[in-house]
Design a protein around this ligand. Sequence first.
Ligand SMILES: [Zn+2]
Length: 159
Amino acid sequence: MNNNKSEIKFLVDFMCGRLAKWLRILGYDTEFYKEKSRNKILIESLREQRIILTRDTKLSNKKAYKILFIKSDKIREQIKQVLKEFNLKLDKEKFFSRCSLCNKLVVKIEKDKVKDEIPLYVYESQQEFYQCPECKRIYWQGSHFELFNKEIQQILNKK
Ligand SMILES: [Zn+2]
């Protein structure tokens, strides 16, 4: 946990909600900014040293910590653009380390404690469970994890 020297942080505006969710799933610290006020998002970017990801062309000439104008409205292209722009190397270990809803780092939770909150087949087939400290959502590496891996590989390989 002590190698956060170059940890990149994002601030995604209301036009790119799906992108925020995906970046969180990939393990990146990504705040989602719902409000439409341009000033506030700029201030937050500077204060927290977050890179703004936006489709708002009027923002791109403003002063912020850093701004990346997202070119496409297609989620695959958006992810590709961000990864390419910042030369990000994906780390499988970090996948699903954050809650896709709150951006909080999930924490490991004992299997017995989640028994009543998950489907029985999940309880019986999975060993490791994680929980979001904020919304209490429970995560595990089930079949969706494999699907996600496949999808992200496709995104990365597609030219
Ligand atoms: Zn959460």
